[in-house]
Design a protein around this ligand. Structure first.
Ligand code: PEP
Length: 262
């Protein structure tokens, strides 16, 4: 069975070396002595902290928040898949809604990055989800189908299985300011739709295997209703991931849930 994933997206925070060190220290303290057999953590710090975060506590893996689609060359201000690999990165977030909405990242660009990540043996975590207007117009599944098509068309079964999908309704992300979160049923319906899409475009086995995370205002209070109760395979956490003890608490809660099923 694949581990339940708790992915922390630290975004553009931890502004100084000292803040980076403090975060790491707190994470190590919080994670010390924890036995988590069914849960895995991923921390995606800002690029400038990647080497500092190379030695994370047990149960944690290093992630990055984005990357360029080329391996090297004339791309001022960018980080390549190869650079991430050398820094010890295993997972990379791609197509985060903040990049799609403020930097104009298109589905095609995200797809080029997915291909580049797979070539470098990095695990892409592709963020997708509808805006509030799209939900109100009842076009959520149309938007998700379009994003899935752009991400997965032409991939082999083997490649597709390596990609992780993060369903993040944009209106539920804490910085959207709506204060809204989806119900378990809302999330479950999207999960069912995603599973059906994979069954139709690949096969039923892959549909079961592809990991689908939920992201958007996740905290320890809503963790269960936003993830396992909706049959999600993990969570992508923004704001709350800035508090290492909260992150580890969520991992322990997920572990208890998994153990309760055993
Ligand atoms: C995100 O931006 O990916 C995210 C999930 O943020 P938050 O948890 O703060 O809503």
């Amino acid at each position: 069975m694949k581990a339940f994933l708790v992915v922390g997206n630290l975004k553009m925070n931890l502004l100084t070396e000292a803040e980076g060190e403090r975060y790491l220290g707190e994470l190590k303290k919080a994670a010390y002595g924890k036995h988590l057999s069914g849960v895995q953590g991923v921390i995606a710090p800002p690029f400038i902290h990647l080497y500092r975060f190379a030695h994370l506590p047990t149960h944690f893996h290093l992630g990055a928040q984005d990357m360029h689609w080329e391996k090297s060359g004339a791309a001022t201000g960018s980080i390549s898949s190869s650079m991430l690999k050398h820094a010890g990165v295993e997972y990379v977030l791609l197509g985060h809604s903040e990049r799609r909405s403020t930097l104009g990242e298109t589905d095609a660009l995200v797809r080029a990055k997915v291909d580049a990540a797979l070539r470098e043996n990095l695990v892409p975590i592709v963020c997708l989800g509808e805006t509030r207007e799209e939900r109100e117009r009842d076009t959520t599944t149309t938007v998700i189908a379009r994003q899935l098509e752009a991400t997965f068309a032409g991939l082999s079964l083997l490649q597709a299985e390596k990609v992780i999908v993060a369903y993040e309704p944009r209106w539920a992300i804490s910085t959207s300011g709506t204060g809204l979160i989806p119900s378990t049923t809302d999330i479950f319906q999207v999960k069912v739709f995603i599973r059906k899409w994979f069954t139709e475009h690949f096969d039923a086995k892959l549909a079961e295997r592809v990991r689908v995370l939920y992201g958007g205002s996740v905290n320890s209070i809503h963790l269960g209703s936003l993830s396992w109760e909706a049959e999600m395979d993990g969570v992508l956490v923004g704001k709350e991931s800035l508090f290492p003890r909260e992150l580890v608490k969520m991992m322990e809660m997920a572990e208890r849930h998994i153990q309760s099923l055993a």
